[in-house]
Design a protein around this ligand. Sequence first.
Ligand SMILES: [Zn+2]
Length: 198
Amino acid sequence: MNSIIATHSHIDHIGSLSRFRQEYGTKIIAYEPDAQAIETGARVGAETYEVGYQPCPVDIHLEKAERCLRFGKYVLKIIHIPGHTKDSIAIYTDVASKRILFGQDVNGSYEAIWGGKPNQAITSLQKLMELKADILCEGHFGIYPPDAEVNKYIDDCLHQLQQRTRGLHERFLQLYHSRLYPTLLSSNYSTYLVNGKV
Ligand SMILES: [Zn+2]
């Protein structure tokens, strides 16, 4: 294998990079913020999985996420899609009039413990949908052709995220109001007192 592009620095995606590099001379390519984690082993989630991680030098640091890489006759386009992690990237390429999207972990998780930010992820998933890919290679859950399946898969994930952020927002509003109303009531009460109405 000539090259590997690391879409993000979670251990389940980068755990074997050093072995590939050592045994096959595979070039490791990563977006700069995640390249640091790959090279140092900091915050890759190894402790959470309770496994070891062998840090790995990155051969090509992508300083900007929004760019193209050429492999022979194929052009891979890299896009920044924060949300699963702060600096996740996705890759797409057009081959024989079909668009193939390597979407990384479209399905999540989007938990903070893994660097997730649901609000950012919503924007990123919308960006992935706009690509109108014909084939989605998802980070954990397989390959989805054709375009309608890709659209459905991403849209389902988007819908779940939207539900979740709405739920969080509603819980925030409940909490906010449960604290705010007594304050308002007591301040109204004080106002009434000042105006001599009580
Ligand atoms: Zn991940």
